[in-house]
Design a protein around this ligand. Structure first.
Ligand code: APR
Length: 234
């Protein structure tokens, strides 16, 4: 049945980057300077303690230089290059490992570390170094640049495109996500309701496992290449 799927939506989360050395949010190492990420990644934290929030994202942005895509990112890039049907890779991750592996049909629904957003004019721009609080926007001049990250309580990016793709998907595959954060956690139910087969690839059972037709447990670095090989062979 998998081999008949022409239109695929893949959702990825922190688990796909774990084997590259980026800590997941809710596992061991999920705390940062003693703070829960839920307490740092909010508009309120940015307003009340911009130094803390910028330090958090500066450290994560700098850490990208020390990591590489793993076998799971490379396998998805191969699927992207070779799959003749529709494909949309939706990532909750703000790292750039999917694109460094070569993925093209990719959306960052929670923003990107290597991007800045102007809170005054809404401009987005590529940003590679540290971002001191109050940095000036090159587009409008306001001292209002912030990390281009979707904080808790903010609307994820590209939801129209994602909802459309979920509505016509034959296969929905979720990789390395705990199913704790909506709206992404609800994609499986949306896709299934619209008629897609649903497959979860995760290290352990997640909050959403019950909603999938099938769950395969293991490390993304081995499960994903195996699944992609089967898709492309079919
Ligand atoms: N292979 C596959 N899955 C793994 C691996 C691995 N090597 N290592 C860990 N996992 C699984 C964990 O078991 C867990 O279920 O990946 C999942 C990671 O879950 P979270 O840390 O909650 O990450 P994620 O689901 O991406 O978080 C969603 O929360 O903080 C916000 O905006 C942030 O995008 C993030 C969102």
């Amino acid at each position: 049945m998998m081999q008949d799927s022409r239109s695929i939506v893949v959702l990825t989360g922190a688990g796909i980057s774990a084997e590259s050395g980026i800590a997941t949010f809710r596992g061991p190492g999920g705390l940062w300077e003693g703070h829960r990420v839920e307490d740092v990644c909010t508009p309120e934290a940015l307003a009340h303690d911009p130094e803390l929030v910028h330090r958090f994202y500066d450290a994560r942005r700098a850490a990208l230089a020390r990591v590489e895509p793993n076998a799971a990112h490379h396998a998805l890039a191969r699927l992207d290059a070779e799959w003749g049907g529709d494909l949309l890779i939706v990532t909750q991750n703000v790292d750039d490992l999917h694109e460094r592996a070569g993925a093209k049909r990719l959306l960052h629904m929670h923003g990107e570390l290597q991007s800045a957003l102007c809170a005054a004019c809404g401009a987005h721009m590529r940003w590679l170094g540290a971002m001191p609080p109050g940095s000036a926007c090159p587009a409008c001049g306001a001292a209002a640049l912030r990390p281009d990250i979707v904080f808790f309580g903010e609307m994820p990016y590209a939801m129209d495109t994602i909802e459309r793709a979920l509505g016509t998907a034959d296969l929905f595959v979720s990789i390395g996500t705990s199913g704790a954060v909506y709206p992404a956690a609800g994609f499986v139910q949306g896709a299934r309701h619209a008629g897609a087969r649903t497959l979860e690839l995760n290290l352990e059972r997640s909050a959403g496992s019950a909603f999938f037709h099938e769950t395969r447990l293991g490390a993304a670095g081995s499960l994903v290449p195996h699944w992609v090989d089967a898709m492309l062979a079919g």
